[in-house]
Design a protein around this ligand. Structure first.
Ligand code: SAH
Ligand code: DHB
Ligand code: MG
Length: 222
């Protein structure tokens, strides 16, 4: 089956079940205008993030990798008025575009966007006593996914959900010799999960407008 078919199905589902309102459409448009890469989650995936946040009754969310704020808007819209979403973005230009998109979506009071490499921000969040987070979405540089996961796990509660994007990468996940530098990190994540008694986890492969990839879901048991 061709990528064209996957994209067509993504569009069909998006049109009916995950349609863009003005804020989401403009978030995509403005990101593109600013030259950001079009690597945000697809509309059906954004809707999934939104629904998962509601399913865990999330009041606090942590996101690694904001880009133009597209996934941030889907997640932020699942929060109650007094909810809070911390999102970490390394690139100042991306953060600037995201901040405008987030404000346009009416989420400026809920979303706390921090600029700088995520690993540098975590000690600050620690000092502030941030968390526990009900949901964490890991979608920044893929090399540090296991580090972000460990931190998120230590700042979760029983029942929290940790979602990691791009763990399959066209099936390269199963190739220990892959020259894609993100793959050893995704394999390490899976080995960590297998040995971690505090979570139950699974990985779901996806196809769609973004090709063949997948995400990992980890539910914190204790
Ligand atoms: N979650 C977004 C897409 C994120 S793309 C969405 O679905 O809409 C990955 C983002 O992670 C990029 O914006 C990139 O600049 C950022 N990033 C890369 N390395 C990072 C790091 N070390 N810390 C924080 N963000 C990082
Ligand atoms: C890339 C990053 C992502 O978060 C994604 O979902 C797809 C691609 C990338 O860096 O190429
Ligand atoms: Mg991603």
């Amino acid at each position: 089956m061709a990528d064209e078919t996957w994209s067509a199905v993504d569009e069909y589902v998006s049109d009916l079940l995950a349609p863009h309102d003005e804020a989401l459409a403009l978030a995509v448009h403005e990101s593109e205008e600013a030259g950001l890469p079009a690597i945000q989650v697809s509309p059906p995936q954004g809707k999934l993030l939104h629904m998962l946040a509601k399913l865990v009754s999330a009041r606090s969310i942590l996101e690694f990798g904001t880009l133009g704020g597209y996934s941030t808007i889907w997640l932020g819209r699942a929060l109650p008025d007094d909810g809070r979403l911390v999102t970490l973005e390394a690139e100042p230009l991306n953060a600037e575009v995201a901040q405008r998109n987030i404000a346009r979506a009416g989420l400026a009071d809920i979303v706390d966007l921090r600029i700088g490499p995520a690993l540098d921000q975590l000690p600050t969040l620690e000092t502030e006593g941030a968390g526990p987070f009900d949901l964490t979405f890991i979608d920044a540089d893929k090399i540090h996914t296991p580090d972000y996961f460990s931190w998120a796990l230590d700042h979760s509660r029983q029942g929290s959900l940790i979602i990691s994007d791009n763990v399959v990468r066209f099936g390269r996940l199963v190739d220990p010799e892959s020259d894609d530098p993100t793959i050893p990190a995704q394999r390490r994540l899976h080995e960590m999960l297998a040995a971690e008694p505090r979570v139950e986890a699974t990985t779901i492969q996806t196809v769609g407008g973004k090709g063949h990839d997948g995400f990992n879901l980890a539910r914190v048991i204790s």
